[in-house]
Design a protein around this ligand. Structure first.
Ligand code: NAI
Length: 253
């Protein structure tokens, strides 16, 4: 199995891409540490993994709380070891032009999408480097490589994730640790539903956006999870500093 006997921590694993990834990690033989700010949602993910014969525990965790991130990561590493850190937690925002976006709103997006990823890497790296192996997968976005209109705060945050991860890969590589980013296009989760709800006609906005994709649809969380687990696994043993775009061909066509 792809992640046999590996300990994996996933942030934001109570929903969408994080939940699909946690379930896939469980099915791939990992011990899965499900974390989320939403406790009932995270516990549901654990139940789903266990129902499938997997092994998982839940820790309530807000990724913006740096000391709490360190506490959870240190405790997991001490008790179970740590092989893979998946920094998935992120927030979107309703359509908003730069000049319409106030600073506190912008900063709340940065706090989760940028500092949350920083906190996860900051906490995990000492353990992975000491061990001399392991992988980090950070979840970026199509907005890591494209500037999305009315998504400037989100685009800025996700561009930061991609380049930060490259820096992590450069620093951690000599210790045998890889770091990569997965950059999903629109994927059917509550984040996208909330984004569409910001349009006057969400169904029309969805149809227009789906039509821009060569495959004429949004992605499924499972399709993104497959890419994350691949990069986390030894199958990707010579891939580091990479941004894997999972967007049905949107960015390249
Ligand atoms: P989602 O809204 O379904 O799930 C996000 C999860 O993160 C939720 O369980 C939520 O409780 C948790 N979360 C939010 N703030 C948190 C915090 N401060 N600490 C810990 N957990 C927190 O969203 P989705 O779509 O699954 O998003 C996952 C990642 O994928 C995010 O980083 C998002 O930016 C990224 N992404 C999503 C795309 C999409 O179209 N759905 C496209 C590109 C990237």
């Amino acid at each position: 199995m792809q992640l046999e006997d590996q300990t994996v921590i996933i942030t934001g694993a109570g929903s969408g891409i994080g939940r699909a990834t946690a379930k896939r990690c469980g099915a791939a033989g990992a011990f899965v540490v499900v974390t989320d700010v939403n406790t009932p949602a995270g516990e549901e993910t654990v139940e789903a993994i266990e129902a499938n014969g997997g092994d998982a525990i839940f820790h309530e965790l807000d990724v913006t709380d740096a000391p709490a991130v360190h506490d959870v990561v240190d405790a997991v590493a001490a008790e179970h070891g740590l092989d893979v850190m998946i920094n998935n937690a992120g927030v979107g925002h309703p359509p908003s032009r730069v000049e319409e976006t106030d600073e506190s709103f912008r900063d709340s997006v940065f706090e989760v999408n940028i500092n949350g990823v920083w906190n996860g890497c900051h906490a995990a790296l000492p353990h992975l480097k000491e061990q001399g192996s392991g992988a980090i997968v950070n979840v970026g976005s199509l907005a890591s490589i494209r500037g999305l209109p009315k998504q400037a705060a989100y685009s800025m945050s996700k561009g930061a994730v991609l380049n930060f991860t490259r820096a992590v890969a450069a620093e951690a590589g000599p210790y045998g640790v890889r770091a990569n980013t997965v950059c999903p296009g629109f994927t059917d989760t509550s984040l996208v539903e909330a984004m569409l709800a910001g349009y006057d006609d969400p169904a029309a906005a969805r149809e227009r956006m789906e039509n821009e994709y060569p495959l004429k649809r949004f992605g499924d969380p499972e399709e993104v999870a497959a890419a994350i687990v691949f990069l986390a696994s030894e199958e990707a043993s010579f891939i580091s500093g990479h941004g894997l775009v999972v967007d049905g061909g949107y960015a390249t066509t």
